[in-house]
Ligand binder design. Structure first.
Ligand code: HEM
Ligand code: HEM
Length: 149
């Protein structure tokens, strides 16, 4: 007998089976970046609180965050915040002022534009953060290597 369907199972299989192209991917990315940022914010507020209540634990946490894995995570955190913000504005503006533009074709191009704007806003921060990681974790300074440092 097939396993009974549950709301969670229906939601998750719907994420995969629905074929809504740009609108579908934009929705998934919006949910993922929103929940990801919320998870970060929860941890961030808890660990920041230890600076007062348990200073040695705070120092320990900050030392862990200097690991490249966390630094790469921070680069994706910046993307999450930027994309969620830009896409959130697309949704709000379309909902409030341009409801007639909710058509599939307009939204396909609006989603592409949203992704483009997000990538352009994210790229300088990502490059800078990635370079900082190379300098601090691996002692590689690209500017020195090409004779500009
Ligand atoms: C990796 C990136 C981030 C770093 C290194 C960072 C660092 C910090 C630090 C050092 C503080 C303490 C400031 C103080 O007490 O003077 C702080 C507070 C805070 N941060 Fe972040 N932050 C980051 C990203 C974020 C993001 C993405 C959000 C929101 C989604 C956020 C929300 C907050 C909030 C709400 C506080 C509390 C402010 C307060 O208690 O006065 N942070 N952050
Ligand atoms: C630049 C600021 C932000 C804007 C403009 C924005 C905009 C939006 C909008 C319009 C929605 C509704 C999406 C829909 O109806 O389909 C939404 C959902 C959501 N936002 Fe934000 N948001 C912002 C910041 C944040 C932050 C900082 C967090 C996390 C701490 C967050 C977490 C979420 C979550 C979890 C959802 C629900 C996602 C879902 O149901 O799929 N948002 N946001």
């Amino acid at each position: 007998m097939a396993a009974p369907s549950t709301p969670l199972k229906n939601t998750l299989t719907g994420y995969i089976r629905y074929q809504g192209r740009e609108g579908h991917y934009a929705f998934l990315l919006h949910r993922l970046t929103g929940l990801g940022t919320l998870l970060f914010l929860t941890i961030h507020i808890l660990d920041t609180a230890t600076v007062y209540f348990w200073p040695s634990l705070y120092e320990h946490a900050i030392a862990i965050y200097r690991h490249p894995v966390f630094m790469i995570g921070e680069i994706f955190l910046v993307f999450s915040v930027v994309y969620h913000g830009v896409n959130g504005l697309r949704i709000a503006v379309t909902d409030l002022w341009l409801p007639a533009k909710w058509g599939i074709k307009t939204q396909h191009s609006a989603v592409r534009a949203t992704l483009g704007v997000s990538l352009v806003l994210w790229a300088p921060a990502a490059a800078w953060m990635f370079h900082s990681m190379l300098v601090h974790s691996f002692g590689i300074n690209v500017f020195e290597l090409i004779g500009l440092g």
